[in-house]
Write a protein that binds this ligand. Structure first.
Ligand code: PHE
Length: 476
């Protein structure tokens, strides 16, 4: 017997949960480093344009697909066109693969939070002479020692994924919605406080100038590509999440304005994260420490907090609490999406499904956790497990799902079906001209602009991974 399908209580609950999904590790460590690397202000500008055009259309389309069909991702595509069931399956595979490694990183965040809270900040900044690719160098070792341990990271991973499962167990309104409604406002207050604090650090204005003033000489195709990849990831698109959440959305909720609010949340926090991360590094460190991946957050920032003296304990603990909340609401959305797929598909109850998904994720997460330590030497295409899962989902599967979704909407079910769904709940609040503009733009985006852009991302991100971009003169 399948249980009654859950739903969000209203617009606020929906927006908080969807924003909770969107605001995550991507906003806090990925966005600042990308912005710093791709010319600061120019990256912000490109990102903003993409969010408002392409991101907007795709998010609207996904939420409408979910609400229209009332089903999670596999069922939604199947219901609209039998032949396209494969797309649902492909999209469903993305969160199944992301959840385990995302939770491994979530576990690292827990570890840092507890270390700061228990007064262990000095340990996080320990340095030692280490043999690196550039020879013997003084390097932070806390992170590498911690991840090299075969047991400890697994324990934190278990804690993080256990917390996630607990929330999902309580269901859509009593679990996901309730937790998002508590965590998201706290997250905004934390982000604002730390960002304002950063503005008053010595030398912060130089950092701000670097972050905000566009450096046009750094503009290139890779800037656009980096911004576009980041947009998918940050807005939780192309992985069935927004379809699932849309299926829990009531018909009287204004879809169009919900999308605007989620975007404001997501972009606002990303923007503040840039201030929180780049300014202190300017003030206390140097920009060389900004490097891709976990390094920035787990290696460079503790050094910065240590340099702040006593305040560092406090700011560091708050910062990692912020990251923890952001990561938790995102992993909750991932697990809810997977659970919902299984429940729809097999008609299982929520408890059983949560148990099954928990165990699957645990098993899939172990290689990502060990891959930074004892299994370091085991690589796929030269990447450790975590990097490989991240690459497969972000650079290959998500652009592919996004592309096929655009084709499906643009040419199979037609943009009109989404437009109709979006009109429900608008209560005539938009004037005729506004509606014409909104709808014309949507058609153009979904049918032509988005698919062409996605083909480009797909092509370039794969070329980038294999270091082929230099041959077309695009490497930076
Ligand atoms: N949108 C989230 C972020 O910015 C990332 C995420 C990816 C969330 C996949 C859920 C699933 O970090």
């Amino acid at each position: 017997m399948s249980e009654k399908r859950g739903s969000f209580s209203g617009k606020l609950g929906f927006v908080m949960a969807a924003a909770g999904s969107a605001v995550g590790l991507g906003n806090i460590w990925r966005f600042p480093y990308l912005a710093a690397e791709h010319g600061g202000g120019i990256f912000l500008l490109v990102y903003l344009i993409l969010v408002l055009t392409f991101g907007y259309a795709l998010m609207k389309a996904e939420i409408a697909l979910g609400r229209k069909t009332g089903l999670s991702v596999i069922g939604a595509f199947k219901k609209l066109d039998q032949r396209w069931s494969f797309l649902g399956l492909l999209a469903a595979l993305v969160p199944v693969l992301i959840l385990p490694y995302y939770s491994v990183i979530g576990g690292w965040v827990c570890k840092y939070f507890f270390t700061f809270v228990s007064g262990g900040m000095p340990q996080t900044a320990e340095m030692a002479m280490v043999m690196t690719n550039d020879g013997l160098k003084e390097t932070p070792v806390f992170f590498s020692n911690f991840t090299a341990d075969p047991i400890e990271p697994l324990g934190w991973f278990l804690l993080f994924i256990g917390l996630t499962a607990l929330v999902v167990l309580f269901g859509v309104d009593k679990g996901v919605e309730k937790v998002s409604k508590i965590m998201m406002p706290i997250l905004i207050v934390l982000a604002l406080s730390i960002a304002v604090y950063s503005l008053f650090l010595p030398g912060a204005m130089d950092g701000l100038a670097y972050y905000l003033i566009p450096d046009f000489s750094q503009f290139s195709a890779t800037t656009v590509l980096a911004a576009m990849g980041q947009m998918f990831y940050s807005m939780s698109l192309a992985m069935g999440i927004m379809i699932t959440y849309g299926s829990y959305m009531k018909k009287d909720v204004n879809l169009e304005s919900s999308v605007k609010q989620i975007e404001m949340f997501d972009t606002g926090i990303a923007f503040m994260a840039g201030i929180m991360v780049i300014l202190p590094i300017f003030s206390f460190g140097n920009l060389e420490t900004i490097s891709p991946g976990p390094g920035l957050m787990f290696n460079a920032l503790p050094l910065v907090f240590n340099n702040m003296g006593v305040a560092g304990h406090f700011i560091g603990a708050l910062f990692f609490l912020l990251v923890l909340f952001a990561a938790l609401t995102s992993s909750i959305s991932l697990m809810e999406t997977v659970v919902s797929i299984f429940m729809d598909k097999f008609g299982w109850g929520r408890k059983l499904t949560c148990g099954v998904v928990f165990v699957i994720s645990l098993v899939l997460g172990v290689p990502s956790s060990l891959g930074n330590g004892v299994w370091k030497d085991f690589t796929i295409l030269g990447m450790d497990f975590l990097t490989f899962f991240d690459f497969m989902t972000n650079s290959v599967m998500m652009p592919l799902v996004a592309l096929l979704t655009c084709v499906f909407i643009g040419f199979i079910i037609k943009p009109e079906s989404i437009i109709e769904e979006a009109r429900i709940g608008q209560n005539g609040k938009v004037g005729a001209f506004g509606r014409f503009r909104q709808e014309t733009m949507f058609r153009a985006m979904i049918k032509y602009i988005a698919p062409v852009c996605i083909v480009l991302i797909l092509l370039f991100s794969v070329m980038d991974a294999f270091n082929l971009l230099q041959y077309v003169g695009l490497s930076v």
